[in-house]
Design a protein around this ligand. Structure first.
Ligand code: SF4
Length: 80
């Protein structure tokens, strides 16, 4: 973190600091890839699995665009 701060001072000498809010707005957590590092996905039929309908997805995105300057991402998810 110290190194990053020193590099920031060089690249942004006026001293203003900004940040970016990063949100993952996913349509589903259903996935069959089974990547070993991932604790996000659920197998098809799992009780915690979900699929977001398009209206709910739009509402999620709208909520973030109203409140924040943000970057919207989507995790991979390989829905069968
Ligand atoms: S959601 Fe992405 S990272 Fe997770 S198991 Fe599926 S493909 Fe892998």
């Amino acid at each position: 973190m110290h190194t990053a701060n020193e590099l920031r001072k060089i690249q942004v000498p006026h001293g203003k600091v900004t940040w970016q809010i990063d949100r993952n707005v996913n349509t589903t957590n259903v996935c069959i890839a089974n990547c070993k590092f991932c604790n996000f996905f659920r197998r098809p039929g799992h009780e915690d699995s979900y699929i977001t309908d398009i209206e709910t997805y739009k509402q999620k995105i709208d909520r973030y665009t109203v409140l924040y300057s943000y970057r919207c991402s989507k995790l991979c998810s390989r829905h069968p």
